[in-house]
Write a protein that binds this ligand. Structure first.
Ligand code: GLU
Length: 452
């Protein structure tokens, strides 16, 4: 049974990068008929805000990314305590007493010598007596997880292929602060175990976290941590996608602030965002596919490339227009001008880049329109049109065929004065669709007015 999760920290609004991760995890779950978990990573009490939790839920709902289960890390502190105890018993956790400044100095010295800034495990070497001295001085320790340097870390990444890490090239991660609060690293692994997560799909900025977390998973399993919950001792499958960058190919500040509110304000449909983000960075072409089931079934980690995915706002606009042209009346009805029915929507839809523009075009039907003044020969032609107008299934087709015969006009000379007389514009929706909506009385009146 496939279980995925989207694990935002509620310290801000979702941006395109987060939305993409959420979407891909949602698709993996839906494709397999599995479970998609929304996990709120709110162990950082100071920076987490309830209003962001609400905004995350609202944004996911607007995007149509429904979740089967919601979890919050702040409600699971007992489990982290239990995991910590299990790792401590297994000898995988040790107290550290360095201040942030001391650690900073160590890092700078290493860097100045051309060495990687890996934690030197000074605290691991302390004797019981040395620790006792620090405790007596009232220094509260923070805690590190001891990586196993003997075990190479290897996994088959769903996107990056075989990944190998030498644990000795990584710092033992701090997993708990001196005030007892948790850092991201361990709770995430504990949750993935407890919640039966089978696939972890996230950005490549998490690759080295995965290396560390694999050792945390393995240590917890070895300590029989999840025996009470009956969770299997399998590691999740990991996949890390290349990051999203701006059109220029750089990580852009703008992308970090571009979220659902901005899209909504610009009249971008959720389906356009979904269609773009589902395929950006993959070998599948980005196409205006409004059918989410089709996008979901074609979603495939193997199609992802290793190069950063370029997010182009102009692509999104183009995709949006093409998606709007497909939207069914029921989807947009609540956002349309009063009186605009399904026939009206179908007539006007091909002219829209955004649903919000429907009102401007609908005015061509309801009027009043601004009628240009015509040269004499066009006025005669339009008078002839008013005489020939009959009402049928296809009044426009009948009228233009009759006028062509009667006047010998064709092409632009035939169609343009009629369009101008009936809509006041040189371009716009298909006249065959529009004229029945304008109605017989008004069509006749507009032709007569233009001819006079
Ligand atoms: N809260 C973490 C983040 O937003 C979750 C990362 C993960 O998927 O494990 O980066």
């Amino acid at each position: 049974m496939t279980t995925t999760r989207f694990a935002p920290s509620p310290t801000g609004r979702l941006h395109v990068g987060n939305i993409r991760t959420a979407l891909h995890n949602w698709m993996l779950a839906r494709q397999a008929g599995g479970t998609f978990i929304l996990r709120i990573d709110d162990t950082d009490a100071e920076r987490s805000r309830e209003e962001y939790v609400d905004a995350i839920r609202a944004d996911l709902a607007w995007l149509g990314l429904d979740w089967d289960r919601e979890e919050r890390q702040s409600a699971r502190l007992e489990r982290y305590e239990a995991a910590f105890a299990a790792l401590q018993t297994a000898g995988r956790i040790y107290p550290c007493y360095e201040t942030a400044q001391e650690l900073d100095v160590k890092r700078k010295i290493q860097l100045s010598r051309g060495l990687p800034p890996i934690y030197d495990r000074a605290a691991l070497a302390l004797s019981d007596a040395e620790r006792a001295v620090r405790e007596a001085e009232g220094i509260a320790p923070h805690w590190r997880f001891r990586l196993d340097h003997a075990e190479p870390i290897v996994w088959e990444d769903g996107i990056r292929g075989t990944q190998k890490f030498d644990a000795a090239q990584l710092s033992d991660p701090v997993i708990r602060r001196a005030d007892g609060s948790w850092l991201y690293m361990m709770p995430s692994a504990v949750d993935d175990i407890d919640m039966g997560v089978t696939q972890v799909l996230r950005g490549e900025d998490h690759v080295s976290n995965t290396a560390v977390q694999i050792q945390i998973f393995t240590a917890l399993h070895a300590a029989d941590f999840a025996a009470d919950t009956g969770a299997a001792k399998n590691l999740p499958a990991f996949a890390h996608e290349a990051l999203l960058v701006g059109r220029e190919g750089k990580l852009s500040k703008r992308l970090g602030s571009l979220g659902c509110d901005a899209f909504r304000e610009r009249g971008i449909e959720p389906e356009a965002i979904i269609a773009l983000l589902a395929r950006l960075g993959t070998s599948h072409p980005v196409e205006p596919i409004a059918d989410r089931a089709a996008l979901t079934s074609s979603f495939d980690l193997a199609s992802f490339g290793r190069a950063p995915a370029k997010f182009d706002e102009e692509d999104l606009e183009r995709l949006n227009a093409a998606i709007v042209h497909q939207l069914p009346f029921e989807t947009v009805a609540a956002r349309l001008p009063h009186g605009m029915d399904a026939a009206g929507w179908h007539a006007i839809r091909p002219n829209l880049a955004h649903v919000g523009e429907a009102g401007e075009w609908w005015r061509l039907v309801t009027g009043p329109i601004e009628c240009p003044s015509f040269p004499d020969e066009d006025r005669e032609f339009l008078a002839e049109a008013a005489r020939l107008l009959t009402w049928s299934e296809d009044p426009w087709g009948t009228l233009t065929a009759g006028l062509k015969d009667a006047t010998g006009r064709k092409g632009r000379a035939l169609f343009l004065p009629l369009r101008q007389a009936l809509t006041g514009m040189d371009h716009g929706p298909d006249m065959g669709d529009l004229v029945p909506l304008i109605g017989e009385v008004e069509t006749r009146a507009r032709l007569a007015r233009a001819a006079s």
